[in-house]
Design a protein around this ligand. Structure first.
Ligand code: GLU
Length: 333
């Protein structure tokens, strides 16, 4: 279950970066309240907390409950409680995305003004049919690469899904602090994606980009399952004139069948009712992040301090922040 971060991207030290005048570190953990934390989400929380503390940075918690039908009542408080009991204290009051829709609406209007959005009336079934005609094999629940059917149809934006329009040629690259350079051709690998659903709900992709910007997040540390979302989020940041944070995607915890721990794979919640199980879960989460096996015998806070030191000594720092760029505009707009 262990995995170590790649030393190849050791491009700076804290003092180097302070001298270069980079913004103070602000990180975050952004759970979707679809259930309590399991070992996988605890490892992500721990990794992002350690990274923030190792950089003397601020660590925020944001509850990503923008997809209200998937939200499980009470899961937010359970998660906050699990974090607290595990000693992962946050520095600013947590925020809930469901209370921030005005910000998402403002960003959407900015994108409408610069003509990067179009209405789409395709159902999932219709999209699947087009993709199948083009020879694609579709698996159930697979994310579909939108074939652009409504791009030129001038579908009204009221009461329809709204999609971002990618330029014809659009490759996005970034350097993950562990995984190195990543490049995605967003047209062929992602397709114009939805920012507001037909039922009026804003999507994760829009909300995460707007909130990371408004909360001044400089470093995103999250699970590797989100790696393929990063390019489209960088594209959105570019369209909106936001700075791109630094990214570190952490290895996922998998079950015996090699599947990511999740609600779907029936991952068990981190048990906070018993001190021994809290300690065992924290030590397993740390092992998973490549830290030494170090069963907690004294206080959790002393153990966490040791882990911060261990994280700080590992050669995985890379502080660079990409200055805002405008989105590529190759003749499409
Ligand atoms: N809310 C997302 C999740 O729980 C994480 C978003 C992110 O870290 O960017 O998977």
């Amino acid at each position: 279950m262990t995995s170590s971060l790649n030393p190849q991207f050791n491009q700076g030290t804290r003092s180097d970066e302070a001298q270069k005048g980079h913004k103070p570190y602000r990180g975050r953990f952004a759970p979707s309240p679809t259930g309590p934390l399991h070992l996988g989400s605890l490892a992500t929380a721990l990794g992002s907390w350690l990274d923030a503390r190792a950089h003397d940075g601020a660590w925020l918690v944001r509850i990503e409950d923008v997809d209200t039908p998937r939200t499980v009542p009470g899961a937010d408080q359970l998660i906050l409680n699990q974090l607290r009991v595990c000693g992962l204290e946050w520095d600013e009051a947590p925020v809930w995305q469901s209370q921030r829709t005005t910000h998402y609406q403002n960003a959407l209007e900015q994108l409408i003004t610069i003509d990067r959005i179009y209405g789409c009336q395709c159902s999932r079934k219709q999209i699947e049919e087009v993709l199948q005609k083009e020879g694609g094999l579709i698996k159930p629940n697979q994310e579909l690469i939108y074939p652009g059917t409504c791009r030129e149809r001038k579908v009204p934006i009221q009461n329809h899904a709204l999609r971002i329009r990618f330029p014809h040629e659009c490759q996005i690259s970034f350097t993950d602090r562990d995984l190195g350079k990543q490049t995605q051709d967003v047209n062929t690998q992602v397709g114009d994606f939805v920012l507001r659903r037909a039922d009026g709900l804003f999507t994760y992709q829009l909300a995460v980009v707007v909130d990371d910007h408004l909360q001044g997040i400089t470093h995103i540390v999250r699970g590797e399952d989100l790696l393929s979302n990063t390019s489209r989020q960088i594209y959105l940041q570019q369209c909106l004139g936001y700075q791109t944070p630094s990214y570190l995607h952490l290895p996922l915890v998998t079950n015996d069948a090699g599947k990511k721990l999740s609600k779907q794979t029936k991952a068990t919640a981190v048990d906070i009712a018993h001190p021994e199980s809290i300690r065992a879960s924290l030590n397993s989460a740390a092992n998973h992040l490549g830290l030494q096996n170090d069963p907690i015998r004294g206080s959790i806070s002393q153990w966490l301090n040791r882990k911060v030191q261990e994280w700080r000594e590992r050669p995985s720092y890379n502080y660079f922040l990409v200055p805002p760029k405008s989105a590529p505009s190759t003749g499409f707009f």
